[in-house]
Design a protein around this ligand. Sequence first.
Ligand SMILES: Cc1cc2nc3c(=O)[nH]c(=O)nc-3n(C[C@H](O)[C@H](O)[C@H](O)COP(=O)(O)O)c2cc1C
Length: 213
Amino acid sequence: MDSKIADLRRNYTKGGLQEEQLPENPIPFFKQWFDEALKSEVMEPNAMSLATVTSDGRPNSRMVLLKGIEETSIEFYTNYSSDKGHELEETPFVAVTFWWPELERQVRIWGTAEKLSEKESETYFQSRPRESQLGAWASDQSSEIDSRESLKKQFEKVQEKFEGKEISKPKHWGGYEIEIDKIEFWQGRPGRYHDRIFYTKKSGSWNRKRLQP
Ligand SMILES: Cc1cc2nc3c(=O)[nH]c(=O)nc-3n(C[C@H](O)[C@H](O)[C@H](O)COP(=O)(O)O)c2cc1C
């Protein structure tokens, strides 16, 4: 064992969670925590780990950016033909994790992903910087490419194609909304007595319990 790594640990002291102070609906509370992460200048508060399930039943996770919090769902955008796109086509269940170290907080979300409408995706696509729009056309996300030079060529080709023109959204690119059915708020506490408040949704209403750390 690498003792330098094994000795890395922090004592968490910044806050606490009392179930009596938590609302019945966890989504506004998630919004509140997200706003607090923004105010605390967490480097990329909307960066979240997104886990999907592969065709052979294995988990697969990567970071994506949260792009919206709705009444019952959260949203992100990607390439529908990427590995995650194919995985979601087959199994729509996902697990999402946020870690906001400045606040000593973790949020875990479980749910079912569904594509946003073409209109919603197009509206968001048009709000993106031109460079990101070109990227959506130029990169066949998750496919192999023989060299960085080839990737550069692909980008230049797309740049030329759209020179002086408006860029429309490619069909293979768009958003997903994750309909939330479970969410857990974790607040680090001293001495490893962390707070974990876990919500599950059944028949439209939320049930709340405390879990051992
Ligand atoms: C902080 C961060 C944010 C990212 N945000 C996105 C995103 O919003 N959408 C996306 O498709 N990929 C995003 N990526 C890249 C993904 O992590 C991943 O490399 C890519 O989507 C391909 O994943 P896949 O092959 O599993 O489909 C992000 C990476 C990082 C490190």
